[in-house]
Design a binder for this molecule. Structure first.
Ligand SMILES: [Zn+2]
Length: 235
């Protein structure tokens, strides 16, 4: 499998938003999660952004490769990377990883302690429910299964729609075989049900799909093919 790790920058008429924040820096994660930080920082700068420009950070879920840049290490403490941002976490997703951390599970290891809890401690988290809507351009759709309360982040503007689908699927093959789950899925059956429902909803529409781990060009559209689906990359 060729996969990528990435953050999406969403600019709405009102806000600058990041969706998912890769693995971050200084976390001490073992390979293969010890990615170099520079490509991410270079990409962030190339988008014309400074940390203080970000208004909202959405996490589709709270796995190691989706919330890393939430925080940076300053004077021995994990602090929010984006000083003015509100961070949107699903309330039950947050609680699930808090409980897993309390049990000493590994994974998630230090992911919750390093990347999530410091955001709440700083008062910058919004712990939200399934139906969270930021405004007329951005809202959530619950797609649980990959993680306890995984969500897709929907974007709407000028009559067009897109959806950042996080890890609802890791490979385009899962449109062909929606019932195939990866070993990373927390509940394979629920993940498959979420995938099938989501794909049915977007099939044969103009909705652009933005899966975090699909390699370049990443973005695509879905069409129905009997009870399966096809993913066509948009180049
Ligand atoms: Zn992932």
């Amino acid at each position: 499998m060729v996969i990528t790790y990435q953050t999406f920058v969403v600019r709405t008429p009102h806000h600058t938003i990041l969706v998912d924040t890769c693995t971050g820096e200084d976390k001490g994660y073992p390979a293969p999660m010890d990615f170099p930080k520079q490509p991410w920082l270079d990409g962030f700068k190339a988008a014309g952004l400074r940390f203080e420009d970000v208004d909202y950070v959405f996490c589709t879920h709270l796995h190691i490769d989706h919330c890393g840049w939430n925080t940076v290490l300053r004077n021995g403490r994990w602090v929010p990377t984006f000083p003015k941002a509100k961070y949107i976490f699903h309330k039950k997703e947050y609680a699930a990883w808090e409980a897993a951390t309390a049990r000493g599970d590994n994974p998630p290891g230090n992911v919750w302690r390093f990347n999530c809890e410091p955001i709440v401690a700083a008062g910058q988290a919004l712990l939200v429910d399934d139906d969270y809507t930021l405004d007329d351009t951005v809202w959530l759709t619950p797609t649980p299964g990959h993680s306890p309360c995984h969500c897709c982040v929907n974007i709407q503007s000028g009559g067009q729609r897109a959806s950042v689908t996080g890890d609802m699927m890791h490979h385009a093959l899962q449109c062909r075989e929606p019932d195939w789950s990866t070993i990373f899925d927390w509940d394979a059956e629920q993940a498959a049900a979420s995938r099938r429902k989501f794909l049915s909803d977007v099939a044969d529409t103009s909705t652009l799909i933005l899966p975090i781990h699909f390699p370049s060009p990443t973005v695509g559209r879905v069409t129905a093919d009997d009870n399966r689906f096809k993913y066509a990359f948009v180049r």
